[in-house]
Design a protein around this ligand. Structure first.
Ligand SMILES: Cc1ncc(COP(=O)(O)O)c(C=O)c1O
Length: 428
């Protein structure tokens, strides 16, 4: 494809994410977005089924967010958060504390999900140190989990996803357990905690959906079990709501469905409605209180340069306004119903092993995807932007997606998956 000059010139100098640069298909040059549409340099329009890695929950270019960012840009785009504070950040902290369950009311801002998780891990480990308990440096995380790509977060990802064997020796060792989805799993975790609680700072889990691990769902009961086991054995519970937070599973936060309050929660992705990079780690009062002391070493020693960026916080405040003024959770419920209806017919197609929907997450799981590049190209040919990974094709659209746009997305998936069934065996 003959693209714009910036594409050809710039591609020689850019390193793409999760990409074997020698064999990858060339990326598509995106030049504008609007609502649920991404427009490419040649004028092609794609209906977006992914909302830019699950962030753009109000669709792209929402005028309310634009207006808030423009106004803040003129007033003060950024000022350091060390020794100075800014109104959008403090307003956002107050609003998040009011929205989150229980006494989750101390907000530490960062600029990406991975860093928010790292801060949660530091908080949990130092919580015990500040209380005089040394040696509690390990976390319990779960197979299928994903918490980021930085070194510390890789160590609490699924061992395969986190490339634990490739990076052996470079990553700290934590306990990686199976999610307690049944009595045997619960007993196994109970035993692990009973034997090792003295070395464990916290349990970390993505509530209800393990996203990047394959859009694997579990029930609210699993979260109640984790809360109970954490309390029984005196360890902290961290919920990573970076994917699930802000409506994606049908409630504002996934933990609401279990009626539990974690000790620490991490947020990012849809926090700014997908417009700017921002993340938050929010702690309960007892966690925060453990850092209060006459001893300066008891402080939380962390402070990213762009933390609490005023533009990003203004953006997040505008995004929260939209949850108040527009019917986002009703839209998620309608998306759930429509995806259940329209994806169900994929279940009988060859290679399909499961179809599942939760909130605004729709998944068609295949036994395998043998030619990922061909599948991606077939989806683009259908006029949609959908990014299958591993063995799943999934949708996480903006909550503002229209009925007809969503039908276009589900139909495209049905079409390409049914073509897979007819394709000749893939030759390399
Ligand atoms: C649950 C979860 N935690 C953490 C992260 C890491 O966020 P980021 O990519 O912003 O570092 C992700 C990203 O997909 C995620 O889904």
């Amino acid at each position: 494809m003959c693209g714009p000059e910036w594409l050809e010139q710039g591609m020689k100098h850019v390193w793409l994410p999760y990409t074997q640069m020698q064999t990858t298909l060339p990326p598509l040059p995106a030049v504008s977005t609007d609502g649920c549409t991404i427009t490419l340099a040649d004028g092609t329009e794609l209906v977006d089924g992914i909302a830019s890695w699950w962030t753009a929950c109000h669709g792209y270019n929402h005028p309310h967010i634009h207006q808030a960012v423009s106004a803040q840009l003129i007033r003060m785009p950024h000022v350091m958060f060390g020794g100075l504070v800014n109104e959008p950040a403090l307003t956002l902290a107050r609003r998040l504390a009011a929205m989150l369950p229980g006494d989750l009311d101390r907000v530490f801002f960062t600029d990406s999900g991975s860093v928010a998780v790292e801060v949660a891990m530091k908080m949990a480990i130092q919580y015990w140190l500040n209380r005089g308990q040394t040696g509690r440096t390990r976390l319990v995380a779960f197979r299928g989990g994903y918490h980021g790509d930085t070194m510390a977060t890789m160590a609490v990802c699924d061992p395969e996803e986190g490339m634990h064997s490739l990076y052996q020796g470079a990553l700290p060792e934590h306990f990686i357990a199976d999610l307690p989805v049944n009595v045997a799993g619960m007993q196994a975790l109970d035993t692990l905690l009973a034997q090792s609680a003295g070395s464990i700072a916290a349990i970390i889990v993505e509530p209800l959906v393990q996203g990047a691990g394959g859009m694997l769902f579990h029930t609210p009961d699993v979260l109640r079990t984790l809360r109970e086991l954490a309390d029984r054995h005196g360890v902290l519970l961290i919920l990573d709501e970076i994917f699930t937070g802000f409506g994606r599973t049908g409630t504002m936060f996934a933990c609401e469905q279990a009626g539990i309050v974690p000790d620490i929660i991490t947020l990012s992705k849809a926090l700014t409605g997908g417009t700017m990079a921002l993340a938050a780690t929010v702690a309960r009062a007892h966690v925060f209180d453990a850092f209060l002391s006459d001893d300066p070493l008891h402080a939380l020693m962390h402070g990213p340069t762009f933390m609490a960026n005023a533009l990003a916080c203004a953006c997040a405040n505008a995004s929260l306004d939209l949850f108040d003024t527009e019917p986002r959770l009703q839209q998620v419920a309608a998306i759930e119903t429509q995806m259940r209806d329209e994806l169900e017919s994929c279940r009988s197609l060859p290679h399909v092993v499961d179809v599942r929907v939760m909130g605004a997450i729709g998944v068609v799981e295949l036994d395998r995807i043998s030619d990922m590049n061909a599948l991606k190209s077939a989806l683009i040919a259908q006029g949609v932007w959908v990014r299958p990974f591993r063995n799943i094709v999934y949708l996480t659209p903006a909550f503002t997606v229209t009925r007809s746009e969503l039908s276009h997305l589900t139909k495209a998936i049905r079409t390409v998956v049914s073509e897979l069934g007819q394709a000749a065996p893939h030759r390399r």
